[in-house]
Design a protein around this ligand. Structure first.
Ligand SMILES: Nc1ncnc2c1ncn2[C@@H]1O[C@H](COP(=O)(O)OP(=O)(O)OP(=O)(O)O)[C@@H](O)[C@H]1O
Ligand SMILES: [Mg+2]
Length: 161
């Protein structure tokens, strides 16, 4: 029998993945499922934490699908890393970039008024512990996220002899 079923498996130390796919709408759901499954390896994440991660990844990959490549699908890269008890995610593209990142981060700012609400980056920032957006017009955008488990670490029960 595997140790994973009796609680004796070693504590997860570190893991990572890289996904690359075209910026097609179908890949928004694909990437959020993939990242949620990866994040679930960290036992300390609550269901609410995993939901937060799913929403944030959805918003960022949607942004690439909608905004990054006006002339047709281009590459999206999603990287994840579990280390030191937290999850780091990077969503990057080589698309048109963001002219003014500070403005893009303002709630309700959108370059597609009437079509979009301008809330995706705001939600992602609220749901994660850290978010940094780096963008170069004409070269692309990189969004880095960090999520820490919201629950206190579970202490193993004391064993009395
Ligand atoms: N990967 C990206 N490439 C190019 N521009 C982007 C990218 N991500 C965001 N943006 C720009 O930043 C703006 C704000 O993004 P945000 O996700 O907050 O709102 P939105 O996508 O316009 O609307 P919503 O997310 O509510 O549908 C976008 O309107 C777009 O101009
Ligand atoms: Mg958006």
């Amino acid at each position: 029998m595997s140790g994973a079923t009796d609680g004796t498996h070693p504590r997860l130390q570190e893991n990572h993945f890289v996904l690359e796919f075209p910026s097609l709408p179908a890949n928004v759901a694909f990437s959020r499922y993939a990242v949620a499954a990866f994040a679930s390896q960290l036992d300390q994440f609550t269901l609410v934490d995993i939901e937060d991660i799913r929403i944030a990844v959805s918003e960022l990959v949607s942004n690439v699908v909608i905004h990054a490549y006006p002339d047709g699908p281009g590459p999206v890269r999603v990287e994840g890393r579990l280390r030191e008890g937290c999850l780091e995610i990077t969503v990057s593209d080589q698309g048109r970039g963001i002219a003014n990142v500070e403005q893009a981060l303002e709630p309700t700012f959108t370059t597609l008024p009437g079509e979009r609400m301008g809330l995706g980056l705001t939600f992602a920032r609220q749901l994660m512990d850290e978010m940094t957006v780096t963008s170069v017009p004409g070269e692309g955008t990189v969004v880095h996220l960090v999520k820490r488990p919201s629950a206190a670490p579970v202490q193993p029960p004391a064993v009395s002899s």
